[in-house]
Structures are given as C-alpha cells and as structure tokens.
Design a protein around this ligand. Structure first.
Ligand code: SF4
Length: 439
C-alpha cells in the first residue's frame, strides 16, 4: 500500500497546498500513482468558491469512490472546511480534514489503519490556523508557487472564502526570502507568489510589513530571476509596486486584478472598496508606466441587481481599457454569504449571454496583445514538456504571454531569447541563435 493520487479543484493556493502534501508524502515513502484508479490513497482537495465548485467537489469525490472503491479516501480543502456534514453523507469517504490539519495528512496516514471501513469518518475541520508550508523539495512545475499568505478579512458579499480559510495570516519575511533562495538553488528561474488576499501580506506580522516592502527586498536581493505575483486587489496594487515592476529587475510586468464589476452600485453591493473610475485610472497608470505590461482582470457577471445598464458599464469599461486578458465568472449564489440572500436575481440565460459577450471581448484583447509581439525578440522561460499538439517547446514571457518555440530539448527549463514570427492561437517563435542572425 504505497501509491497516492491527489485530485485538486479550485485556485492556485489549493494547487500549491496539494503540491506540499504530495512532496511530504513522497518524503514519507509514498509513490505518486500514474493513474488515480491505481492509487491506494486518494486525496481530494476541494473548492467551495461557488455553488458550482461545491458541486464539482462532490462529483470528484463520488467519481473517485466509484472508479477506485478499494482506495483510502481523504477529503480536504475549502469544501471540507465549510460543508463537512454534506461530505459525511457520501458513503466511501474515510477522513474529512480541514485546513488546520491538511499539512499533517502524511503523519496522520502513518498512524491510521488504512484498511478501516469508510463509515468510521475522522472529522477535523475546526480551528483554522495558519500553516505557512514551505517548498521543501523540488516541484514538478517550471514555475513553482509559494504561498506567502492565507485567509481574508474582506468579506465581499458573494464570497465564502473568509469562512473557509479564516482571517489573514502571513509567512514571515525571512521565511519568504529563504524559500525563494531554496527554489533558486534547486535550479528554478521563476517563482509565483500566491495568497488568498495577497495585498494583506504582512499586516498581521510583528513588526508589520507591507507587500511592497517585501517586493523591494526580493527585488534588491536578486535572489531569483523572475518573480510573478498572483492576483492582487485594485486598491492594494500601489504606485510603489507598479514603479518597482517598471524598473529593470526580477518583478514581472504582469498584474492580475479582480475588477468583478464596472458598475459602482454593484461594486457597493459586493462590498468592494473601489469604484470603476479608480480601476480605470489604475489600468491606465500601469500601461503608461509599463507599456508592455500584461493586465488581466476578473469579472463576476450576473450579480443580483445587475441591470442591462449595469452590465453595459462593465462591458464598456473593459472594452475601453488596455486590459490584455479577461477571466469571466458567472455569478452563482453561495449558501452562507450575504449575496445569496439578495433579491433581483438574474436569470441564468441572461448571465450566460452576458458572459459570452465578455469572453468575446477578452479573446479579441488577448489576440491583439499577442500580435504586438510579432517581429520582436523576447525572453521566454521554457517549460520541461513540449506542447502536445504542435510538438513545439512551451515558454512564457515575463509579461505572461505563452509562446510556442521551435528549438531543441537543451532549451528546456532555461530562459531563452526567441524571435516571434507569427501568432496563431499563441505566438510562435524560433530560438535566436546569435545576436545578428535576424538583423
Ligand atoms: S477579497 Fe473578497 S473575493 Fe477575495 S477572498 Fe476576500 S472576501 Fe473573497
């Protein structure tokens, strides 16, 4: 009994935490199963950010129980934290483990009878504390994540996360720097700083420190060639951070900003502390200071009370702005949140159509941004695996453009200069062999 599989739903933080669990299991002698049906231990790391995510989490649990009835089944993550009673109803689950204990799974397994019947569920979902798990071993990614913050104090009216992950907690500054050094020493060129509410980084530490101060320290230490931020709230993306990313150095010119709505009344009902005008100014400021910066936005479409005019405010704001890609989420009421009690629900057909319109705008903007690269020489970090359909190498620019590269395997996991020749779905480039080759 020594093969394991982890099925992960949800955000980058969940993916990171699954990676940490996998590394600890490997260190304890477990082997990743090639096929989850062949695993002796299956861990489902769930998500509950929307009603749909909860449903998908339940489906994933049921599906693995059906396809691998002999496995020991552990359910963890945000859905396990908030809806343990629902999971108890699913027959075949052995343990339900909340956020406070998920890092202990490898130890708990050691002391568990893995042949015990599934009816005897252990249930540990109380007392959310922070575990700033660090990357102790190499990960399989070309760009490892480092979770430097967990939890949220904001209580946006549609969001269950503060209930699932508790209040904001941060990894101490020295631990962040040490983890980055370790990642670099293991041969990685880029690290992605993640958190649930990254802009709150350090506010709980003593002495208090800001995300901007942390980024200055990383920038000055030159500990890693590339540092990328995951999503950051509009009002927490300060001038100071933008100016730092504009300087030569390791901070990637890439910002992913959750806008959610371009209508001020809807933003207020969401309890989002900024206005559409603020967002407009922010995006213009970024692109003025860093013309090649990638600026992605999240939009939440179909929030209760989103009239045609309110939707139009969101649509036109995005249409006008030099946003370079868009994530579009349809609103679905999440039990336990204030927004789920709001009247004026929008019919799902209308939400679907509005989402379609937004995605269309997002695709056009993305393609326009990609096309700006034609004829340019750019630095890409090449992944360890080739693209399945074209057979070309896969790479990523600092400003978050995925590029397919014609080149040899010796380029894998390196930063290479390539020249972009054309754009199909993604830019396609050739490795630049010498400085004057294309002159
Ligand atoms: S900032 Fe709002 S949307 Fe983001 S995790 Fe916190 S409560 Fe949820």
């Amino acid at each position: 009994m020594n093969k394991f599989a982890i099925i992960t739903l949800g955000c980058k933080v969940n993916q990171y935490e699954s990676e940490v669990i996998a590394e600890s299991l490997k260190a304890a002698g477990w082997i990743p199963a090639h096929d989850k049906e062949a695993a002796d231990l299956c861990i489902i790391n769930t998500c509950t950010v929307t009603q749909k995510a909860s449903m998908q989490s339940r489906q994933a649990i049921r599906q693995i129980i059906r396809s691998n009835p002999g496995a020991y089944i552990i359910v963890t993550g945000c859905y396990a934290q908030t809806e343990a009673d629902e999971i108890r109803k699913i027959s075949g689950v052995h343990d339900i483990i909340g956020h406070a204990d998920k890092h202990k799974i490898p130890d708990m397994i050691k002391n568990s009878n893995l042949n015990k019947p599934a009816s005897n569920i252990k249930h540990q979902t109380s007392n959310i504390k922070h575990q700033t798990s660090s990357i102790k071993h190499q990960t399989s990614r070309t760009r490892p994540f480092l979770k430097i913050q967990d939890g949220c104090n904001a209580f946006c009216t549609y969001c269950i996360v503060p209930y699932a992950r508790g209040r904001s907690r941060s990894m101490p500054l020295e631990d962040v720097l040490e983890n980055i050094r370790r990642v670099r020493a293991a041969g990685y060129h880029e690290i992605v700083l993640t958190g649930i509410h990254l802009g709150c980084y350090g506010l709980d530490l003593s002495p208090e420190i800001s995300l901007s101060e942390l980024l200055h320290r990383i920038h000055d230490s030159e500990a890693i060639e590339r540092l990328r931020l995951s999503s950051i709230e509009p009002h927490e993306l300060t001038d100071d951070i933008i100016e730092l990313a504009a300087k030569p150095g390791n901070i990637c010119p890439h910002f992913h900003i959750p806008l959610q709505s371009g209508d001020d009344l809807i933003l207020e009902r969401m309890h989002r502390p900024y206005t559409s005008a603020y967002f407009r100014e922010l995006v213009m400021n970024i692109r003025e200071k860093i013309p090649h910066a990638s600026v992605g936005a999240d939009t939440l479409i179909g929030f209760p009370g989103e009239s045609e005019a309110a939707f139009e405010n969101t649509r036109s704001l995005i249409q006008d702005l030099p946003v370079t890609y868009l994530h579009v989420f349809p609103f679905s009421p999440r039990k336990g949140t204030l927004a789920s009690t709001y009247p004026d629900k929008i019919p799902s057909k209308v939400i679907k159509e509005r989402c379609r319109k937004m995605r269309e705008i997002g695709n056009v903007k993305k393609q326009e941004f990609y096309r700006e690269l034609i004829g340019k020489t750019v630095e890409v970090l090449i992944e360890g695996k080739r693209d399945g359909s074209s057979g070309l190498l896969k790479g990523l620019t600092p400003n978050y453009i995925p590029v397919l590269v014609r080149g040899g395997d010796d380029l894998k996991s390196t930063i290479a200069e390539v020249r972009v020749e054309e754009v199909k779905e993604r830019p396609i480039a050739s490795y630049r062999l010498s400085a004057d080759e294309y002159s």
